[in-house]
Design a binder for this molecule. Structure first.
Ligand code: NAP
Ligand code: SF4
Length: 677
């Protein structure tokens, strides 16, 4: 069969077994690992990805013992009773024709637990507890626990294990000088510091025999002070190969590193050059990772010889059928991961079940099903933003007749603003996917068409879904109609020419986005240009610097504009932003010298600019333009008139609730409503 992505489709021969293609689904914690009935749900989740064509799946991390758990109630695999529970997962994946490895993850000093252990008694900047330094006997016991975990994984039917040796977890803590101050045979010089991971891999290989996959996730670029040098990375890789690893996977950046590695502003495949550099040094297959989210990019990584396999994780939350669609020549039907982290990583940090902003079914495979309706209805959906589109395509997929009304000339709603923000270009992919699905499901799209009461009266819709979204709030400030005032919608829609001195009123998600837009060189975006990105964040592409960063200055150029980002609250700016991305936005704006003003009272706007007070101090921000990003209000003018008719009327997305309006909620609401109709 001729494949659209021939290199990606090639089997990978491991000697004792063959992986059917070059696609590895990278490890992701979903929250189901600890949930009641979680393993049954996980089984469905992984089964869908195996059926979707993934060559090799790696589970979320399981601790080899109590000390290695990320928090006291986190999942571990150290008893045969626990191993038995995994059988439902391995069986489901094998039935679907896939292969699956269990990831063994010892968090070391990253544990949110007073039981945390580490090579040395040094607290991590991102963890609340100072770890206990493992005594020599404790190191031996920990290695034994890794082995036991691998043996149990084998008994549960897994095809192998992945030893998590990157991201700053226990193994990394042994390897780095920064975190290993031991004086015994496990610390001191480099050979001693890498003794722990080598011993782990050697001991696992000895215990599980030859015909069992051992993936070692190797930290190739630590991105922290005193991380490994490139020569040390090569030495470790060679030793790990000798110790018995089947495959080496790439790890980029410790969790405590202050450099984005997977967020949406990281260019696609930004770090595959690191894997490529190791390629000629070792013989076992190498896996490239980070921000690979389309089959084109994945194919080019393999075809150009950068790696033997490609790991993608979040793209499989967004679309379980990514691989099958790619190989069937239907790449344009893939629901692409936009690297927003909003429903996956942010959820995990908030101790909620992971899902996906663009695919609410992710991790809910056992609970949500798109089933054909037995009573097809005629449905009008008003508004082709994310909520309306999701409702329309899901209802149509179930067999309803759906008309989707949009007063503008294009679909996408607020996504059309988001896609213009530097670093958010991936939103274009969701709009492309929506177009495909509207066509595929047979939704009748009526662009440039305003739905009104007359339309409703003259048609025979039995159900109307109002997804009219939001409009920007106009704050009550003296002089708000002054010509210097521009709304964020007008700014992003009409792109008017603005002066160099700008004040932004409101610093929520949109205020931050607008500040990034106005402070950027829109021609040269680092989110699209790998070299620019590496330069801006101070990463040494030649890999000469220790940890990839030592002595390299980040170089985010200050904005040519003088920008004030204002809020009335007296709290830190960007508190409402995502847990895993807020710090990146704050750092970027700080480096661009955007002035963040908190505790602001807006007095008036006139020819001089924006007059404010901060406490007892009065100030005039002498600016050319003032951009309003003061939150949202629902567009609901159709609700009452439509409710007077004899039809079912439902509100979703921003039209239902403007505060905290976000695409994640909007899309999920559209999806769930359409499942009920
Ligand atoms: P928002 O997050 O609710 O922020 C509104 C801002 O306006 C706040 O800074 C608020 O701060 C200010 N404000 C509210 N009422 C005001 C008034 N009457 N006068 C002056 N200032 C006022 O709303 P948004 O920025 O429009 O974002 C909407 C949603 O889009 C967010 O909830 C988010 O989910 C999503 N979004 C997220 C991101 C992201 O995470 N990167 C990006 C874009 C959009 P004060 O009250 O302190 O002045
Ligand atoms: Fe990707 Fe965002 Fe979905 Fe996470 S929530 S998988 S980052 S699209």
């Amino acid at each position: 069969m001729k494949h659209s992505y021939p290199e990606l489709a090639k089997p990978l021969e491991l000697g004792f077994t063959t992986i059917k293609n070059r696609v590895l689904m990278g490890s992701m914690h979903t929250g189901l690992e600890e949930a009641p009935q979680g393993f049954k749900k996980l089984a469905k989740f992984y089964q869908a990805r195996a059926a979707g064509g993934v060559g090799l799946i790696v589970t979320g991390g399981f601790a080899p013992d109590h000390f290695g758990k990320i928090e006291p109630f986190a999942a571990k695999l150290s008893t045969s009773k626990e191993a038995k529970e995994h059988e439902v997962i391995t069986k489901a994946v094998h039935e679907a024709g896939g292969k699956i490895c269990l990831q063994i993850l010892h968090t070391g000093r990253y544990a949110y637990s007073p039981l945390a252990v580490a090579p040395s008694r040094l607290k991590a900047p991102i963890a609340p507890f100072k770890p206990m330094a493992l005594p020599g006997i404790g190191v031996h016991l920990t290695i034994r626990n890794y082995v036991r975990c691998a043996e149990l994984a084998k008994s549960a039917g897994y095809d192998g294990v992945e030893v998590m040796g990157s991201e700053g977890y226990l193994i990394n803590q042994f390897i780095a000088k920064q975190t290993n101050k031991r004086k015994d045979r496990w610390g001191g010089n480099f050979a001693n510091r890498i003794r722990f991971p080598i011993s782990v891999v050697e001991a696992i290989r000895k215990a599980v025999g030859k015909n069992f996959i051992i993936i070692y996730r190797l930290s190739m670029l630590d991105l922290v002070e005193n991380g490994s040098t490139w020569n040390e990375v090569i030495t470790l890789a060679k030793e790990i190969e000798k110790a018995g690893a089947t495959i080496i996977n790439t790890g980029i950046g410790w969790h405590e590193a202050r450099i984005p590695t997977i967020a949406t502003m990281v260019p696609r495949a930004a770090f595959t050059f690191v894997t490529e550099k190791l390629k000629s040094e070792i013989n076992v297959p190498l896996v490239a990772t980070n921000r690979i989210n389309t089959p084109e990019v994945a194919e080019s990584v393999i075809a150009s010889g950068q790696a033997d396999m490609v790991s993608m994780a979040r793209p499989f939350l967004a679309d379980a059928d990514f691989v099958n669609k790619s190989f069937a020549g239907k790449a344009s039907s893939i629901n692409t991961c936009i690297a927003c982290n909003q429903a996956c990583l942010d959820h995990v940090f908030e101790k909620k079940r992971a899902s996906c902003l663009v695919n609410p079914l992710a991790c809910y495979e056992a609970e949500l099903k798109v089933e054909p309706t037995s009573t097809p209805e005629s449905i009008a959906v008003i508004g082709a933003g994310p909520a309306g589109i999701m409702a329309a395509i899901t209802a149509a997929e179930r067999g309803h007749r759906v008309d989707l009304f949009e007063s503008k000339s294009e679909i996408g709603g607020q996504f059309n603003f988001a896609k213009k923000i530097p670093g958010k270009e991936e939103f274009n992919e969701t709009i492309r996917y929506f177009h495909y699905r509207i066509k595929e499901t047979g939704v009748t799209l009526k662009l440039n068409t305003r739905f009104d009461l007359e339309t409703a009266k003259s048609s025979n819709y039995s159900s109307i879904i109002i997804a009219t979204g939001v409009e920007g709030r106009t704050p009550d400030i003296d002089g708000i109609t002054h010509p210097s005032v521009v709304t964020y919608q007008k700014l992003l829609e009409e792109e008017p020419i603005l002066g160099d001195r700008i004040a932004i009123i409101g610093s929520g998600g949109i205020g931050f986005d607008v500040a990034e837009y106005l402070s950027s060189d829109l021609e040269n975006r680092s989110s699209l240009d790998q070299d620019l990105f590496l330069e801006e964040w101070g990463i040494d592409k030649s890999l000469q610097a220790r940890g990839g960063i030592a002595g390299i200055k980040s170089d985010i150029a200050p904005s040519k504009r003088q920008i004030y980002l204002c809020q009335r609250k007296d709290t830190k700016h960007g508190k409402s932003l995502g847990k895993t991305t807020g710090w990146i936005h704050r750092t970027t704006l700080k480096n661009k010298k955007v002035k963040m003003l908190a505790g602001v009272t807006y007095e008036k706007i006139d020819d001089q600019g924006l007059h404010i007070s901060m406490g007892s101090e009065k100030k005039t921000l002498e600016v050319d333009h003032i951009i309003i990003c003061a939150g949202q209000q629902s567009v609901t003018d159709l609700v009452l008139p439509l409710k007077s008719l004899n039809v079912s009327v439902n509100l979703i997305g921003g039209a239902a609730l403007a505060s905290e309006v976000d695409a994640k909620r909007a899309i999920r609401e559209g999806y769930e409503l359409a499942l009920e109709i």
